[in-house]
Design a protein around this ligand. Sequence first.
Ligand SMILES: *Cc1c(COP(=O)(O)O)cnc(C)c1O
Length: 386
Amino acid sequence: MVQTPQNGPLLDVNRDNRPHREEFIEALTEVVDSGRFLFGPEVSALEEEIAKYSQADHAIGCASGSDALLLALMALGIGPGDEVIVPSFTFFASVSCVTRLGATPIFADIRPDTFNLDTDHLEQLITDRTRAIIPVHLFGQCAEIDRICQIAASRDIPVIEDAAQAIGAAYHSRPAGSWGLIGCFSFYPTKNLGGMGDGGMMTSGDAEMADRLRLFAGHGMRPRYYHQVVGINSRLDTFQAAVLRVKMRHLDDAVQRRSAIAGRYMEWMEDQQLVGEDQITLPYIDPNAFHVWNQFSIRVGGGQRDSMRAHLAEQGVGSEIYYPVPMHQQECFAFLGVDGSDLPETERAAAEILNLPIFPGLTQEEQLRVVECVASFYQKSARLAA
Ligand SMILES: *Cc1c(COP(=O)(O)O)cnc(C)c1O
């Protein structure tokens, strides 16, 4: 990693993992000694833990969050001629699963406050070819999943939740991954439940669907060497499961820390009068949502996002833009011919959004530097004390 002066690193995975080093070594040693590197009791135990945590009856491990989404669509039999509604303001994997199967993504705009799916726009986009809706619970906050499920149910369309950034999040106290027919989780190292490599999980309350997901994740093979469907090979390996079970024990604590960090950012930025149309817009918390703060995402107004980011970088404060190019503007999706005229909030968000450091081990002092740096961009000297 490049060593720049670190006043507020965007992320420090080591810092978060270090306190649990002994637990990891112990769990990994058990896997080494067991000689079982795929499946085995660690994987099924994690599946049970995630199912319970997400209040879904079933959970099926797979190789990544991207595979979870792909497998969900495969299990639904989605293919050419089918339409899948998905926000354009998301990570690539929410959309590539659709085009990979030859189906057509239909891009929905987002709400300006939460950056999540705009349900009014969603309704306008439904046609008799709509075969699935993929709401994304972006940055750790659920989309209006109750309303989305109502709209979908009234037309008999399955909902696949992209909960990659939202394990433990809830809407009306009901967890992400328990609302739709299928919930998709990622254990990519930067996610709230991050592994030491790739990993993913699918949840479902429907026993038949859960069985199909497992079938597709295992070469469609059942019994051995008899292939019912053309599945893929997508397994959560036992080392990841062992690591993730350790992390599960500390997940709620990690979420509380993230939440405390978010609360301090909001309080300090308000206090320093950094909030306003030409300055910063703070994240909006939907009163029905339990936010797990995978990201702390602000808007920088007045066309100043990129200069703000450069200013922070100069001072050694990390930041990132999630996401600079919406999916409808990606080169690989140009063939879809979407001009973006009905995605104004998506395009505005891509131009204004800035993600600030947030991870459980971020110290108050570092946070202070971040806020001071934001303040100094507006020529304000922050008078802050942790
Ligand atoms: C991370 C992520 C994915 C993909 O997860 P991987 O495990 O990296 O494949 C999908 N959707 C969203 C919204 C994500 O943030």
